[in-house]
Design a protein around this ligand. Structure first.
Ligand code: NAD
Ligand code: MG
Length: 326
């Protein structure tokens, strides 16, 4: 079992006299900046563009600097911009301004684990990754608690990297709910696998294939949409609340018998084999390499897939069904 850390295991005094530069003011950047500031941490936001994020930071009365200036002023630098642009921004604006003994803090391990960003050996490199979207990170903090988080230490120059990570997690409110220690490798690989195999990739394909089977068998697309897509959330809410067994307790006996006996026929040994292939691609770095090349060439495959997705029958039907719920 993984070790859990709580409020009593983390000390905010570790951050006394230190300045934290939050690079980016988006989904995570805003929530984390506000929580840290409310926890008494000295925060400056580092932004490149005078965009809507900049306006939001202004409206929130944050101190704002350019990225190089924010890094120069800081002891701890949090990289909270999209993973695809981190390497470029790091190389050009962060790295030249790092000083010995500083801390670099990430919310996802991708760039460090796949060595797209290679920090100098005389800085600490940590991860503090809240396990929830930014809005929830802020909402729960305002309600007096937080969202659980993962922490990891990639490089410990000062010998205090873990204490810093725990203090940052506390400032975000995460230690109220519990923090689990992981590694950059484990966080990155499980995150990529989860979003490909099960969450985004697997779940969406399961819905699409179920829809296609019903429609191709002559059922009305609207009915199929309700059944295989709309209701999925109700089931997933039950799974999140009470685990898989808790879900079975809350559906009809017919659904339980049919699901327990037929589920393994749908997601069979071949699917598990496919998942292992996906995991190998994640572990070997083949997926990361492919994704970096896709980004560098202007997202040709993703653009094509998005266009196809928009035109698909399930989306066309979905657009009209979803209007019924507005
Ligand atoms: P985001 O897309 O919300 O980031 C937006 C910010 O990045 C803005 O301030 C924008 O100005 C800036 N930005 C965008 N492109 C830029 C560029 N080329 N140069 C400089 N600045 C640029 O990002 P996010 O979703 O908050 O993700 C930040 C990090 O947090 C990522 O590592 C991500 O994996 C991680 N994370 C996100 C979530 C989430 O809820 N979205 C959850 C856990 C971890
Ligand atoms: Mg994830």
């Amino acid at each position: 079992m993984a070790r859990m850390y709580y409020n009593k295991d983390a000390n905010l005094n570790v951050l006394k006299g230190k300045k934290v530069a939050v690079i980016g003011y988006g989904i995570q950047g805003r929530a984390q900046s506000l929580n840290l500031k409310d926890s008494g941490v000295d925060v400056v936001v580092g932004l490149k563009f005078r965009d809507d994020y900049w306006k939001q930071a202004k409206a929130d009365k944050m101190d704002i600097l350019g990225i190089p200036e924010a890094v120069k002023a800081a002891d701890i630098v949090m990289m909270l911009i999209p993973d695809e642009v981190q390497k470029m921004v790091y190389d050009a604006e962060v790295a030249p301004n790092l000083r010995k003994g500083m801390t670099l803090d990430f919310a996802h391990g991708f760039n460090i684990h796949f060595k797209l960003i290679v920090p100098p050996s005389d800085v600490d490199v940590i991860m503090v990754a809240p396990k929830g979207p930014g809005a929830l990170v802020r909402e729960t903090f305002l309600a007096g608690n937080g969202v659980p988080a993962l922490i990891a230490v990639h490089q410990d120059h000062t010998g205090k990297a873990k204490k810093t990570a725990l203090a940052m997690a506390k400032g975000l409110g995460a230690t109220t709910k519990g923090v689990i220690e992981t590694t950059f490798k484990e966080e990155t690989e499980t995150d990529l696998f989860g979003e490909q195999a099960d969450l985004c990739g697997g779940a969406s394909e399961l819905v699409k294939k179920s829809f296609e089977v019903l429609v191709e068998a002559g059922y009305q697309p609207e009915i199929a949409y309700f059944e295989v897509l709309h209701e999925l959330k109700l089931i997933i809410d039950l799974v999140q609340k009470g685990g898989i067994e808790g879900m079975w307790d809350n559906v009809s006996n017919t659904a339980e018998y049919g699901g327990r006996t037929r589920g393994p026929k749908i997601i069979d040994a071949r699917v598990k084999e496919n998942m292992r292939i996906i995991l190998k691609d994640v572990q070997s770095g083949a997926f990361a390499k492919e994704w970096v090349e896709e980004c560098n060439s202007g997202l040709p495959t993703l653009t094509k897939l998005r266009k196809e997705g928009e035109k698909s029958q399930i989306e066309v039907v979905g657009r009209s069904i979803r209007k019924m719920f507005k």
